[in-house]
Ligand binder design. Sequence first.
Ligand code: NDP
Length: 242
Amino acid sequence: MKYALVTGASRGIGRAIAVRLAREGYNIIINYRSNDSEAEAALEEVRQAGSDGCLMRCDVSDREALTQHIEEWQASHPGEYIEVLVNNAGIRKDNLLMWMSHEEWRSVLDINLEGFFAATQAVLKDMLVKKNGRIINIVSLSGLKGMPGQTNYSAAKGAIIAATKALAQEVAKKRVTVNAIAPGFIATDLTGDLDEGELKKLIPTGRFGKPEEVAALAAFLASPDAAYITGEVISINGGLYT
Ligand code: NDP
């Protein structure tokens, strides 16, 4: 059995990735923060996709708790390991820096960036020992370009992009690849408050992306065909910024 851990997999992009990886034959560990009903629905979709999985309710910014959850999973699956990690859990709390509260700054860094560190460190050792692994970090156009009103989010995603490039070089010899996917506007709850009608005028393809389109890219990066791609940031943004 091949196992994949997707953080923030109860909704949106993470859920689409979980379902897509299930279709590719992975057993999915669905991490989420609090939305039990959506997580159950995601697990049901994973099963409908022909695989199975389990739920891991845990805030990724709580490093101790996340490490404990992953260690418990490892203890209950002797001889098995998490072959694919998708660091997807993320939030945005937009504000101009001038008016940004420390909580808005801190929580966005804690969930996006600290979450990446906690999950990656917890699964990396097994990947190195097995000499096989895929780490896929969901970042953002904001982390490449910088977006006004998102200094916190841009800083977190930009930091993960730099960490992706550094870690890729640390672990390449052990056949572990580390890549980042940088979506533009994707239709999920995260972008539900944005004016899609206005924003899509800025996008050359004239629409928001679908979570399933990001999932297809993640599935490719997880596949053996992508073994020679590492340390890359791949944009998926309808031509908005390249
Ligand atoms: P959604 O808001 O639709 O879903 C967020 C998911 O993350 C939910 O499953 C949520 O769980 C989970 N989550 C949130 N906080 C935590 C936490 N502290 N610990 C564990 N899980 C958590 O977001 P998207 O699907 O749109 O975004 C997914 C990723 O893609 C994020 O990293 C985001 O920054 C990135 N992204 C999204 C873009 C977009 O346009 N949508 C564009 C660029 C990047 P629960 O259901 O329990 O709340």
